[in-house]
Design a protein around this ligand. Sequence first.
Ligand code: GLC
Length: 559
Amino acid sequence: MTQELTSPTPTTARRAPEPGRAAGWWRDAVIYQVYVRSFADSDGDGIGDLRGARERLPYLAELGVDAVWLTPFYASPQADGGYDVADYRTVDPLFGELRDAEELIRAAHGLGLRVIVDIVPNHTSDRHPWFQDPELARQRYVFRPGKGAHGELPPNDWESVFGGPAWTRTDRGDWYLHLFAPEQPDLDWDNPDVHEEFAAILRFWLDLGVDGFRVDVAHGMVKAAGLPDIGHGEQAKLIGNQVLPFFDQDGVHAIHRTWRRLLDSYSAVPGQGTPPAERIGVAEAWAPSPERLALYVRPDELHQAFNFQFLTADWQAGALRTVIDASLAATASVGAPTTWVLSNHDVVRHRTRLGGGLPRARAATLLMLALPGSAYLYQGEELGLPEVTDLPDEVRQDPAFFRGRPAAGGAPDGASDGASGAGGQDGFRDGCRVPIPWTGDEPSYGFGPGGSWLPQPADWGGLSVAAQHGDPSSTLEFYRAALGLRRQLPGLGDGELSWRPAPEGVLTFARPGVLCTVNTLGRPVELPLPGRPLLASAPVTVRDGAAVLPGDSCVWWAL
Ligand code: GLC
């Protein structure tokens, strides 16, 4: 008998909110990134907002994620999509007001979802009151005299991640450092005022009830003493591959240790019957190796660090196995879980980046969700959204586009190469930030009543939530099934991974209760039947003691 299987009976069982399941909730959590300006717009200005996000929380609860990470919604001139913060304790009117943040946190908790917010400590906006005051600015940011007879040359050869020199000259003749846009001056973390202010900001949001922080540029706050030249062209190629004088300096770890103590002080509320929920930090750190990355998740530092080595790996069995092994070994050496991710707001969506369209993207996701540790999903990947590669220049807003440096967000070579190589928009970041299609028939596909800040492709109605909901062959239902199974299978988010023999181009590994096969080849491969199929990223054929794995597929088998 021949049987074809893609999805099992969808499961809608949700874990009830579990205040008691506190210690280590993050170790195997699936966390969904909401890029607020592109998620849901409640007031019709074409820009997503906090109320829009709150109204869509039931969708995320039904999807089956454990937590939500919200990108910056603080007061900001929006020179870099809100990563240029002018006031860390105020919600930008574009996104609502503080009450909306409080209501969102409360509503999320009511649905059993935790909430992580972004914190941007490497730099502020140039409109931040500290930078606006020339005296304070010189104490709390990185100012230096220029080189050359009249100080007309930048103090060193560092380049901005977005392109061009990392220095801008002021009217007074000195220069300030900005690893990103000129509107994002770097703070001087040698100044105790900076430490104190950020501790107070963290407390402000913890007191409001957030469950943790995604720490932006967690590898950048400390620069090498003396700000030495790199003395090397093509600096962009070094980012993420080497320790540079401005990234991944050992000094950043002292800051993370202080923050961990602060987070722990909120996690341990004495006298409560159930253990309180842990408040966590997740590092956005482009470290040159899994070993350097693991330093950020030592027991007294942050809880998680995005595994960008996995994100930038090629879709090739050997490369994937190597990066999985190296990542698991590195994090195990410090007793931490690994944090997997395939897409975010800084890289080309993995449906496009991996070069194999939707089948490969679905296979990559199912592989990721079978690995021990936590996983981050980026809004819209559950709909199978591709990168939008034909945005006209007039609508683009990514500062990297205007400064001409595609290696966005400190992404190493692989991400930007993947972008252009796989038909992305040269690695610039607007193409992954196009607003979400919720319905097929409303203006801006139900994103909001007033259009959308980036144009959505004409054929996105068919990818909308409404179009996919309830269709067992859809990518949305596939994600729901995978997340549901991950919850039902005890220990799948944790525990051991052991490799099993597999033909060239195929990966086979065992996890608690599950065997996972990944066919990275573009053609079908036949295997002796590994077990009972639980979930497949593409229809798998089972007959006469054999299984035919479709090209670019991943299958979970019951052990
Ligand atoms: C991080 C953010 C990115 C931003 C940069 C500067 O990499 O993810 O979007 O541009 O930091 O804050």
